[in-house]
Design a protein around this ligand. Structure first.
Ligand code: ADP
Ligand code: MG
Length: 530
């Protein structure tokens, strides 16, 4: 780079020549930066992978094994390194799992591309060959996948368990895996059979106890306290209203002011306010409501002290600060309609439940539990426990991964063996196919195939096995037609992963290879950073 600074200033014939050199070095430095990111997460791949402790600028500490989380919290500056962060995010959105794998594959493909560039193959040729190889890889994966029946719970639990294997909370997978399966099954929408709305699964995190005490609630949970003021904290035969209007004195418009000049006027104003609030509360009471959920309000107080006092006297339980984003969830699960104005307070809009009560979750943690809901929609709540914040947060992320894995299966009902088996199978088949190709294409396909072997290599390395030994043995098994063989990190050698119950959704592996190669192709196409 030092030698290039003056060359940019030079004009004339040889700038063209120098520019070419420059694009080469820009490409090289891009690849180096992106590879550094991939190397950083490589050690956390797989069930024996290491966790990362990340300290953010404000001193918050996160312990995690999730690729997307690690990358998201790392402060990455180089623009191409940022592309890998985005890559991991994209995988997280699309599949939810395989966020480390996708970055490891991208790193390996970049390494391969770098070597091909040194050989003198043009970046465009590499990029196009990689695209064809990736398309071929998708076919190979599809061919080795086995269809799955969604009613086979046992199989689904195995899939969720594989995803949880690599997490800090893996010892709790016996509890979390079935929980994830049950939750997704509950929110499965018959009318849209190929997608799952994970927003319908609300995970409420409460510190205290251990992860083992976590439970899926038959009913709904609201992460709030009741307002108290002498109002009830336990209501049987509840009629629940979810309101979006405020129970406080209306504010004047921006420019207007109310000027009060004597006591009589002041008295009148206060009386007016009192009457206004009392009318609202009466209207609420009249509808039969005895549990009132109030949407969070920004512009003015959602509920004033005076109205709380009225509501407490009317024996109505009040819960405020329901987030706007949660309105749909609660109206769904509680079977009530959100009410936008007091005039629309009618009995038909209310949800009914046998019991609403505030329960203590240890310390000063409280949560509101609604059970015996009469017309509950497709939504569930999960109460997640953990003895400290770090464990609790990671349990949440891990459960999210497991939920995503099940969602992947709903989207695409095929499964693959885990433990690096799909990557090795693709590598072997691609190498065979490469023989049918000529010229640079053959080189590129081989390089692509070799790069994929980094996944089983890393799994073995992280498990403390001899990576070369394991990968060559695995390659031999796949060449002999044992497509389900993978790295068995528990036994320390290569076995049939399906028999070991290590299985993962097709969508995760499929998407990882596709997105990684697309990301590498776009990095190859960059010849300058301006
Ligand atoms: P990612 O963020 O990419 O999901 P993980 O750390 O979860 O990364 O590791 C996933 C990899 O670990 C997959 O290749 C999966 O097949 C493999 N894996 C999971 N459980 C096992 C196991 N018991 N034995 C071998 N490999 C496993
Ligand atoms: Mg995973």
């Amino acid at each position: 780079p030092v030698a290039q600074a003056p060359s940019a200033a030079k004009s004339g014939k040889d700038t063209n020549f120098k520019d070419k050199e420059k694009s080469g070095s820009v490409r090289n430095s891009n690849i180096v930066a992106a590879k550094a990111v991939a190397d950083a997460v490589r050690t956390s791949l797989g069930p024996r992978g290491m966790d990362k402790m990340i300290q953010s600028g404000n001193g918050d500490v996160t312990i995690t094994n999730d690729g997307a989380t690690i990358l998201n919290q790392m402060s990455v500056i180089h623009p191409t390194a940022k592309m890998l962060v985005e890559l991991s995010k994209a995988q997280d959105i699309e599949a939810g799992d395989g966020t480390t794998t996708v970055v490891v594959i991208a790193g390996a493909l970049l390494d391969a591309a770098q070597k091909l560039l040194v050989k003198g193959i043009h970046p465009t040729a590499i990029s196009e060959s990689f695209q064809r190889a990736a398309t071929q890889a998708e076919t190979i994966l599809q061919n080795m996948a086995t269809p799955i029946d969604l009613s086979n719970d046992e199989q689904l639990v195995k899939l969720a368990t594989t995803s949880l294997n690599s997490k800090v909370v893996s010892q709790h997978s016996w509890l979390l895996a079935p929980m994830a399966v049950n939750a997704v099954k509950k929110v499965l929408d018959e009318s849209r059979p190929d997608n799952v709305d994970l927003k319908a699964i609300k995970i409420i995190k409460k510190m205290g106890d251990t992860v083992e005490e976590s439970e899926m609630i038959e009913g709904a949970l609201i992460d709030q306290k009741t307002m108290g003021r002498g109002g009830p904290t336990r209501v049987e035969k509840a009629k629940i209203a979810l309101i979006q209007f405020q129970l406080s004195a209306p504010k004047t418009d921006m420019e207007n002011q109310v000027i009060i000049s004597d006591y009589a006027q002041m008295d009148r104003a206060l009386k007016e306010e009192r009457q206004y609030l009392l009318d609202l509360c009466k209207q609420i009471k009249k509808s039969g409501c005895n549990v009132l959920l109030i949407q969070k309000s920004i512009l003015r107080d959602a509920v004033s002290e005076l109205s709380l006092h009225f509501l407490a006297k009317m024996k109505i339980m009040v819960v405020k600060d329901i987030e706007r984003d949660d309105i749909e969830f609660y109206s769904n699960i509680l079977g009530c309609r959100p009410i936008a104005s007091a005039d629309h307070m009618v009995a038909e809009s209310l949800g009914s439940a046998d019991l609403v009560e505030e329960i203590s979750t240890g310390g000063d943690g409280k949560v509101i539990k609604v059970t015996g809901i009469q017309s509950s929609g497709p939504a569930v709540s999960i109460l997640l426990r953990g003895s400290n914040k770090l464990v609790l947060e990671e349990a949440d992320r891990s459960l999210h991964d497991a939920l995503c894995v099940i969602r992947c299966l709903v989207k695409k009902r095929f499964l693959l063996p885990g433990g690096g088996a799909p990557e090795m199978e693709v590598a072997c088949k691609l190498r065979e196919k490469a023989n049918e190709r000529g010229g640079a294409e053959q080189y590129c396909w081989r390089a692509f195939a070799d790069a994929l072997e980094l996944v089983p290599y890393t799994l073995a390395e992280n498990a403390g096995l001899s990576p070369i030994h394991t990968v060559t043995e695995l390659r031999r098994q796949h060449a002999n037609g044992h497509a389900n063989y993978g790295v068995n990190v528990r036994k320390g050698f290569v076995t049939d992963m399906k028999e070991e119950n290590v299985v993962q959704p097709l969508l995760v592996s499929h998407n990882a290879i596709k997105q990684a190669s697309e990301c590498v192709r776009s990095i190859l196409k960059i010849d300058d950073i301006v």
